[in-house]
Design a protein around this ligand. Structure first.
Ligand SMILES: Cc1ncc(COP(=O)(O)O)c(C=O)c1O
Length: 432
């Protein structure tokens, strides 16, 4: 086997850069690809995971129950407890105790209710976020500051990035030191653009040392990166069901609340968060469930939960754990980075190279990102683009193989060689 020097990293095995190697690797590795049905070479599972036979079947089962039972489904089936039951099944993926997770609402709604709750419970008047966050998180935090009568321009404190790609735990700590009014810290587990995995234990420790509560937006990690929320002592977390969990468009989201906060009244109370034993007594006053279930609001959208149930059945049938998903994901993102280093010198790899700092996708930077995304789509390679210059390749471990990664990088090489992106218009405003 010949060795080819990598651009900045260690020598890369040249055989590893061939499609034959990727095919052999696929033949040797476990995969659930046959259970999923994705269009083209689908490297967009960090935006919307593809449909699986199990997800489809689970929707069919629910529809059949609805037909048979109609309203009796709430008493004669287990519908009443779907939020808690799904939560208990996801709990091991995030290192939570059974009653600390519930599937409910959407990610943004969960942020509203949890930030609102913990801002009220904290002694602070400020929320610490960072400048690379997904915008919805800031919209929610600003709204919750306004709800408490605070000026969001004063109350939203942002940790700056040193390189435009990553956030350092030391900078979070320095911001806590400099802003003693911070009562709640909200950070992502994985940054949606660069794919950096933040140091959750270090940030949690720093927040608690400064008497702040801390929550994480784990939209880009649940289902692909294991967490240890209970052991680390995280106060709360939120995530969505439609990315790595493959729960379908608009799938129900999930949330985590540490046991030490159970019994607290949520900021957005609704009858589905009421103590289950007495929910149907229709009392005028709200009694919170003594679990994360208290942060549910209204009737759970079962049709948006059934696919997730199906996917969890699929994982169980194949004994797929989040540790196995992480191992496969790291092998795939390593491969993607090696190929990009070797074949795509025009692109900067923005994803962290250290495995323990990397989430499930690989961000490549190129000034023509938008039009490259369009040209790849024309070649049936599905990736996504985040303005102004990021192309995200997500080799989701559930359904993407090494040969898919090879094909996506080869297609990108061809798009650059043939300047195929020139055939597409830049988006409005000229941002490419
Ligand atoms: C990191 C992150 N947070 C929040 C959201 C918003 O989630 P939702 O639209 O489900 O509320 C997204 C959506 O992609 C996201 O990527």
């Amino acid at each position: 086997m010949t060795e080819t020097p990598g651009e900045d990293g260690p020598d890369i095995d040249a055989d590893r850069l061939t499609r034959e190697w990727a095919e052999r690797r696929d033949a040797d590795a476990w995969s659930l690809a046959n259970a999923f049905d994705a269009p083209g070479t689908y490297l967009e599972g960090n935006s919307l995971g593809p449909i699986s036979d199990h997800a489809e079947a689970a929707v069919g089962d629910l529809l059949a129950e609805w037909r048979d039972l109609a309203v009796e489904g709430w008493s004669d089936s287990d519908w009443f407890e779907w939020g808690e039951r799904l939560g208990t099944r996801i709990a091991p993926m995030v290192g939570a105790r059974d009653d600390e997770v519930v599937c409910a609402n959407s990610t943004t709604v969960n942020l509203h209710t949890l930030v609102g709750t913990f801002l009220r419970e904290s002694d602070g008047a400020e929320v610490l976020v960072n400048e690379l966050d997904f915008p919805s998180d800031h919209y929610a935090v600003r709204a919750q500051l306004r709800e408490r009568g605070l000026d969001p321009d004063d109350g939203l404190v942002q940790v700056a990035s040193r390189d435009g790609r990553t956030i350092r735990a030391a900078d979070v700590e320095a911001a806590l030191e400099a802003n003693p009014e911070v009562g709640v810290v909200v950070m992502p587990s994985v940054l949606y653009r660069s794919g950096q995995l933040l140091d959750i234990p270090a940030i949690t420790e720093a927040a608690h040392a400064h008497d702040a509560l801390v929550g994480f937006d784990c939209a880009h990690s649940v289902g692909v990166v294991p967490h240890e929320f209970a052991d680390v002592g995280v106060d709360f977390a939120v995530w969505c069901g439609y990315k790595y969990l493959n729960g379908g468009p608009g799938a129900v989201a999930g949330l985590y609340v540490n046991r030490r906060h159970h019994g607290t009244t949520p900021s957005l109370t609704g009858w589905w968060g009421h103590d289950k034993e007495t929910q149907f007594e229709m009392n005028e006053r709200f009694t919170p469930a003594d679990s994360a279930g208290a942060w549910q609001i209204g009737t759970p959208p079962l049709l948006a939960m059934a696919p997730l149930r199906g996917v969890l059945d699929l994982f169980d049938e194949h004994d797929v754990t989040v540790a196995a998903l992480r191992e496969r994901s790291l092998a795939l993102t390593d491969y993607c980075i090696d190929l990009a280093d070797e074949r795509l010198p025009e692109c900067d790899v923005a994803a962290p190279r250290a495995p323990d700092e990397r989430g499930g996708h690989v961000a490549l930077e190129h000034p023509e990102a938008y039009r490259i995304g369009e040209a790849l789509q024309a070649r049936d390679v599905v990736v996504d683009v985040r303005p102004p210059d990021v192309v995200r390749l997500c080799p989701a471990p559930t359904h993407v193989g090494f040969a898919d990664v090879f094909d996506a990088v080869a297609a990108l090489r061809a798009v650059l060689d043939g300047e195929e992106y020139e055939q597409f218009d830049a988006p409005d405003g000229g941002v490419t």
